[in-house]
Ligand binder design. Structure first.
Ligand code: ATP
Ligand code: MG
Length: 576
């Protein structure tokens, strides 16, 4: 990837990078490294894909190799151009740089077909008339051997003729398949005469109606890798049992033979990544679209305010291994905060405004105060924040009758307004219902900038905006989309949607924000002082500002880690 153009420290190579390093050292494939990222264009990419993108593009960049972007578009029924476009956009955003143009498996359909014919001629593939149900029954189970298809011994010429007619569309869907002739007694069910082609009279998003047969994943994938000269074909763990078949096809054809390696897929708490389920959420309008800021899709995370770097850092932090596990969402947020803290300009915004009148401030006047843009980055400079007679502070920052530990504003108390002055609350104005609607305060002009010349102290610093200068904004607050760590943890008869968090989106109107953000472009990230990280939504305009809350300021990851360590200690002590 763009920013990690160096191999990791030798000792910290994950097991796949170690294999690649060893292969280069021993001259496998003449020391060439060529990976690929092969999404099926049947949905938008999610954070799990980011793990695979960082791995495949990362290895290519670190070892001086190349990585292809290849659309695995062998299933005409679920694939669409919209998905192709979104995938390209998301990979570019994340910083993946592919070799040449994006590639499409559908461009290899003729070559795949020719190779299938070759296997028929070698008597290693046959046309089978068993239905899908029969095929399943003949396949057997883990405990029981499979049964040979009655069509297994068809002659080569008959197979060639039938396969060609399948391709031309002479037979209805589901009436015939092309199968590899391997071993119905194999303990690995994937090797029990697997289907290579099925008949589908379907229109493909790129090849249109050219084909009436479509290749199955296991047959197609190795061929795609081979055609492109891939050296290391990296996939997720559930394909481990398919590797013998991957190898069988390539050996049978005697063509370039990439090696397949499997790693554990990413799972995250409080969310899920199955494209089928994401599609269900989108289609049933349980979210606003694929880029809903509550989704783990890359477009959703982007809209939420995630930076590409935070996602790359997260992927580097979780590493790559061979054991399935679930990563705590708090770790993702930890990586996010770390990057946003370093890069986000600070501004002041008030989500739930309470009016303040500075009684001793001249009418119609405005003071211009200097505010630091980012204390973590001196080069970000300063900006001017206007101060005037009428201000807003956060309603939560005032209590009429405060408990002992509440140090913010209260009647008779003095606090600091950030970058401005000390103010003292002298009077509380209420409406007929007894609700506080205004505070009347005085300011001390000598405390300009935030310090008192006589050295007196205050216990709180509040954020604020000038009423006359502030912009109105809508602010959207988010919580996890699911109430359970594992959304699939449901009662019998329910599905994961039963665990949807009904309070995952809260829209606040009438928020007030300082004028410096006026022309903020779409997806611009900020820290709202004391509140968290926010970014302008894709729908935000200078006339109607809309912000998404990306994440709060408080990091829960350290706490969670400690809890987990304690739990482990307790477990170990119990064992003893
Ligand atoms: P789904 O099962 O949700 O449809 P998929 O694995 O079929 O997802 P693909 O488009 O085929 O999705 O995935 C492209 C690549 O991304 C594959 O190499 C796949 O292994 C990898 N990938 C998908 N999901 C994850 C995940 N959660 N963690 C890591 N890698 C993943
Ligand atoms: Mg897939």
């Amino acid at each position: 990837m763009t920013e990690t153009n160096e191999p990791n420290n030798e000792q910290h190579l994950d097991f796949i990078r170690q294999i690649v390093a060893d292969d280069i050292e021993s001259g496998v494939n003449d020391g060439r490294v060529h990976t690929r990222f092969p999404p099926e264009p049947n949905g938008y990419l999610h954070i799990g894909h980011a793990k695979s993108i960082c791995l495949n593009f990362g290895i290519a960049a670190e070892f001086g190799g190349q990585c292809n972007l290849r659309f695995d578009d062998t299933n005409p029924c679920k694939e669409e151009q919209e998905y192709v476009d979104s995938i390209i956009e998301d990979i570019q955003w994340l910083g993946g740089q592919w070799n040449g143009e994006p590639l499409f498996a559908s461009d290899y359909f003729q070559q795949m077909y020719d190779w299938a014919v070759e296997l028929i001629k070698k008597n290693r593939a046959f046309v089978c008339d068993l239905t899908a149900d029969q095929t399943r029954a003949y396949r057997g189970t883990l405990k029981e051997q499979g049964k040979k298809s009655p069509y297994r011994n068809r002659g080569v010429d008959e197979n060639l003729d039938l396969f060609e007619r399948m391709k031309k569309g002479e037979f209805p869907d589901g009436t015939k398949t092309l199968k590899a002739k391997i071993d119905m007694a194999s303990p690995n069910i994937n090797l029990r005469d697997p289907v290579m082609y099925r008949i589908l009279h379907a229109t493909h998003h790129r090849t249109d109606d050219d084909w009436c047969v479509y290749p199955m994943y296991d047959w197609a994938h190795g061929l795609e890798d081979s055609i492109e000269g891939i050296t290391h074909s990296i996939c997720t763990l559930e394909f481990e049992n398919h590797r013998p078949l991957y190898d069988w096809f390539l050996d049978a054809l005697e063509i370039h033979h990439p090696r397949q390696y499997e790693f554990a897929r990413l799972n995250l708490t409080y969310t899920m990544m199955s494209k089928r389920k994401l599609l269900q959420l989108v289609n049933n309008r349980l979210v606003s679209g694929w880029d809903d800021p509550r989704l783990p899709t890359l477009s959703g995370l982007r809209r939420r305010g995630f930076s590409p770097k935070s996602i790359r850092d997260f992927c580097a932090t979780i590493g790559v291994n061979k054991f399935n596990s679930t990563v705590d969402y708090a770790l993702l947020e930890h990586c996010l905060r770390k990057d946003l803290n370093a890069t986000s300009p600070r501004v002041m915004a008030v989500l739930n405004p309470l009016k303040i009148i500075i009684t001793n401030f001249p009418d119609g006047q405005a003071d211009e105060l200097d505010a630091v843009n980012n204390p973590e980055d001196e080069s970000a400079g300063t900006r001017i924040v206007p101060f005037s007679k009428m201000l807003y502070i956060e309603r939560d920052d005032f209590m009429e009758d405060p408990p002992r530990k509440f140090f913010r504003l209260a009647p008779g108390r003095e606090v600091r307004l950030r970058y401005a002055y000390f103010i003292t609350c002298n009077e509380v104005v209420k409406d007929d219902n007894g609700e506080v609607v205004e505070l009347r305060c005085t300011y001390d002009p000598a405390t300009r900038g935030g310090d008192a010349p006589d050295g007196r102290r205050v216990k709180a610093t509040l954020h604020w905006v000038s009423a006359e200068h502030a912009l109105d904004a809508e602010i959207r607050l988010y919580d996890h989309l699911f109430t359970k760590e594992n959304p699939d943890d449901v009662e019998d008869g329910q599905d994961f949607t039963a665990n949807i968090n009904q309070d995952s989106l809260k829209v606040l109107g009438g928020c007030k924000i300082e004028p410096s953000v006026k022309n903020a472009e779409s997806l611009r990230r900020f820290q709202f002082e004391r509140l968290g990280y926010f970014c302008t939504d894709a729908d935000s305009t200078p006339e109607k500002l809309i912000f998404n809350k990306t994440v709060g300021l408080r990091d829960t990851w350290a706490k969670i880690q400690k809890q987990q360590q304690n739990q482990q200690k307790q477990k170990q002590q119990k064992k003893k």
